[in-house]
Write a protein that binds this ligand. Structure first.
Ligand code: PHE
Length: 453
């Protein structure tokens, strides 16, 4: 598997549970625990959540299945996948879009993961003890605006990601994801219990689950769509790349459903841990990217064994981020290796260096360069917005068009017959969605969000 021959002997996941663990490991990450609560807060709560859930079911799930199919059929990186399946056509540029999105996403993702590492240290040194909500908020602001420490942790995280990718798909990814993700889930449930029993918790649950659709803007709807892609790791070829490592005996439809349900469930559980606490401690729900880091220390402070739980939580959040970041880096590395003929280790190092440099600027845009903005956004927010709200939906649009219009029913049936037994009715529904519903909805939301219609 570490062969540097081109074309390399490709990796195959060793077991069904390995496939599931790796794909779920990619999907579950900072998107669920950091980004979902923060943007739900920014866009007004329940209405955003419901639109997001609609996009997950209607667009996310079918596109996830599409990506798995493209990957498994082509056994190739994103760019090569389209090149193999649609030779001499422009489809391969969809792959290039994916490589660009991966580069951008990992650059700011590494920054947030770095924050999580810093919060492990803060937890170990008991830095949250007897601080007021205001003090905890300014502690975060001071940290993220400082020029050195966040960059240091971001680079540390990128080094960890690089090391795991160099070790390789099977040994690196499967082993960690299988054991650690269930523990993270348990801790979130413990946090949920503490959060909903706080005084004033009800208001938070109301905010999260009682929709007021009049509060929803077209920007909010586009962000819900973008986040559906971001959270499920869709639209840039992560799951095409992972699909290329999946054996023919695997049931792709079942895996897609399991990953989608698990990912969504964890995001909602994270929301249930955050919003009751946001209201109980008088924090602004629309506080932005710091929301989780400002809110949770208050909760840890108010629970028995708080230090223990907070250390464990931030360690596992970092691990969840790692199982996602390796999947993002793998997109770029697989492209470098298979298309540009760069050896695996060198490809990994090059991609890491490139992404880390962009990441340093994302981190500095929180403090040193915070006055430098474009469309009112600093570099961090801009890279996040462009990649999640533009590149991923566009990638998803092309992927669904590719499967729906270019591939056609016969090849879809053939691919789905391997390992799964979907009824004809379900296959017809799937084709209808990828042909019309998903591309139509993405196009409308996208153009509307940009103010073009
Ligand atoms: N889905 C990951 C998360 O929620 C992030 C990610 C985005 C991973 C895009 C791969 C591709 O944290």
């Amino acid at each position: 598997m570490k062969s540097d021959k081109i074309p390399p002997v490709r990796d195959v996941f060793s077991s069904k549970i390995g496939v599931l663990a790796a794909a779920a490991g990619s999907a579950v990450g900072l998107g669920n625990i950091w980004k979902f609560p923060y943007i739900t807060g920014v866009y007004g709560g329940a209405a955003f959540l419901f639109v997001y859930l609609g996009f997950i079911a209607l667009i996310g799930l079918p596109i996830m299945l599409s990506e798995f199919m493209i990957g498994r059929k082509s056994r190739s990186n994103v760019f090569g996948a389209f090149k193999n399946l649609a030779p001499k056509s422009g489809w391969k540029y969809v792959g290039l879009l994916g490589v660009a999105a991966a580069t951008m996403i990992l650059s700011f993702y590494g920054v947030v993961a770095g924050w999580s590492i810093d919060y492990i240290v803060k937890s170990v040194t008991n830095s949250f003890a007897s601080k007021s909500p205001e003090e905890l908020a300014s502690m975060f602001t001071q940290f993220k605006e400082s020029p050195l420490l966040p960059v240091f942790y971001q680079l540390l995280f990128m080094l960890m990601t690089m090391a795991i990718v160099i070790i390789g798909v099977k040994d690196g990814i499967e082993k960690y994801a299988k054991i650690l993700m269930p523990i993270l889930l348990l801790i979130i449930i413990v946090l949920d219990i503490r959060a909903v029993t706080l005084e004033g918790a009800k208001e938070g649950l109301y905010f999260l689950f009682h929709p007021d659709f009049s509060k929803l803007s077209s920007d909010g709807v586009l962000s819900a769509l973008g986040h559906a892609f971001f959270s499920l790791s869709l639209g840039m070829g992560t799951l095409i790349t992972y699909g290329s490592y999946i054996g023919d005996q695997n049931n792709l439809a079942k895996t897609a459903l399991q990953v989608t349900v698990a990912d969504t469930f964890i995001a909602i559980l994270a929301g249930v841990a955050i919003f009751p606490a946001v209201f109980a401690f008088g924090i602004e729900p629309s506080s932005g990217p710091g929301l989780v880091f400002i809110t949770l220390p208050n909760v840890f402070q108010q629970m028995p064994g708080g230090v223990f739980f907070s250390v464990l939580f931030f360690i596992l959040l970092t691990v969840a981020a790692l199982t996602s970041s390796i999947s993002i880096l793998e997109v770029v590395v697989a492209y470098f290796r298979e298309e540009l003929n760069i050896k695996r280790n060198l490809a990994t190092i090059l991609a890491t260096v490139l992404i880390s440099i962009v990441g340093i600027f994302c981190s500095l845009s929180m403090g040193l360069f915070k006055e430098q903005t474009l469309f009112g956004l600093n570099l961090f927010d801009l890279v996040d917005w462009i990649s999640a709200n533009m590149l991923l939906p566009l990638g998803g649009l092309f992927i669904s068009l590719f499967i729906g219009w270019f591939w056609g029913r016969k090849r879809i049936e053939e691919e789905l017959a391997k390992g799964s037994k979907l009824s004809r009715g379900l296959i017809t529904a799937f084709i209808f969605v990828v042909k019309f519903v998903a591309p139509g909805a993405i196009a409308i939301v996208f153009l509307n969000g940009l103010g073009l219609i």
